[in-house]
Ligand binder design. Structure first.
Ligand SMILES: Nc1ncnc2c1ncn2[C@@H]1O[C@H](COP(=O)(O)OP(=O)(O)OP(=O)(O)O)[C@@H](O)[C@H]1O
Ligand SMILES: [Mg+2]
Length: 295
């Protein structure tokens, strides 16, 4: 079953087509990532799905229905650049948000689930950015939603806080929740997402499993061997300081190594080069996904 379906969804702000005629499905239980650079239209898309913003045109179906008030009880939202009440503790914050819903989860169980036990009585303002984001995810879960929207959940976090949050998100999937994630980090999409939609300038350029997209657009893996300038029996290309062999599949790596070994060929270094989603993005759009100075 599809939890989300959009048909020709479009949002125009004045002269700007922020979301340009996009159609996609999100399947039950998957982590779906919308991957794109700043200004691609990710938040606008998410906000339309969350029923915060009205589409200019096109259709949205959530759990098979047109958006309606009842559906709000089944969705959870972590907005981009989320902030909460500075002077409430973690537990007070979650108690407040859960009081807004008819059906809400047990706050102490939620604290346990999101691994905030040690910080339950800490004021929000005293938490690290990683823990603040975790409170945000916990708030998104107070109504025990089936579908959770996380808009750039790890932007601005240090690598270890980012990894911690990735595990929290994987855990939500294990609980059977459907996750709609936006990100401009290709590693995040590659690590977390079952399927990725690549978005640029309001358009979705391609959708698929990360590996599928990499195979389709990223080209074949290459074995690079430094310190030799030929290898009989293989089709190779010379590069500075060594040779490069394009391979069809990973099994060929061991055959190349055995061949070097059998021929007693001494080499300096061997490296496997695989494409990643960043390469896919560059191939499809001619631009880089994330500017490191701008995250
Ligand atoms: N309320 C608004 N009014 C006018 N223009 C807007 C509005 N909200 C967003 N935009 C514009 O629409 C485009 C898409 O913005 P959006 O926030 O959806 O992108 P994004 O992919 O979420 O970017 P980011 O990675 O920076 O969060 C941008 O050019 C933005 O400036
Ligand atoms: Mg955004």
């Amino acid at each position: 079953m599809n939890v989300i379906e959009t048909k020709e969804l479009t949002k125009v702000y004045g002269d700007l087509v922020a979301v340009d005629n996009i159609s996609f499905e999100v399947r039950k239980g998957e982590i779906f990532a919308l991957l794109g650079p700043n200004g691609a239209g990710k938040t606008t898309t998410v906000e339309m799905l969350e029923m915060i913003r009205k589409p200019t045109s096109g259709e949205i179906y959530l759990f098979g229905d047109k958006p309606n008030e009842k559906i709000k009880e089944r969705i959870g939202v972590l907005p981009q650049e989320f902030q909460s009440f500075e002077r409430l503790t973690v537990r007070e914050t979650l108690l407040y948000f859960s009081s807004l819903y008819k059906n809400s989860v047990d706050v102490d169980e939620l604290i346990e689930l999101i691994d905030l036990n040690e910080k339950r009585d800490e004021l929000y303002k005293n938490l690290s950015s990683g823990l603040k984001q975790r409170v945000g995810v916990a708030i998104a879960l107070v109504n025990d939603p089936d579908l959770v929207f996380l808009d750039e959940p790890t932007t601005g976090l240090d690598p270890s806080a980012r990894r911690n949050l990735w595990e929290v998100i994987k855990n939500l999937k294990r609980q059977g929740k459907t996750i709609f994630l936006t990100t401009h980090y290709m590693e995040e999409a590659e690590y977390l997402a079952d399927r990725v939609a690549i978005m640029n300038k309001g358009k979705i350029i391609d959708i698929g499993e990360p590996n599928e997209l990499i195979e389709k657009h990223g080209g074949k893996p290459k074995v690079k061997i430094w310190g030799i300038n030929e290898l009989e029996g293989y089709e190779y290309k010379k590069m500075k300081g060594g040779i490069e062999i394009v391979i069809e599949n990973e099994k060929e790596i061991s055959s190349i190594i055995s061949s070097l070994d059998a021929k007693k060929i001494k080499f300096e270094r061997i490296e496997i080069e695989r494409a990643n989603l960043e390469d896919v993005f560059i191939k499809l759009t001619g631009r880089r996904l994330a500017d490191e100075s701008n995250n």
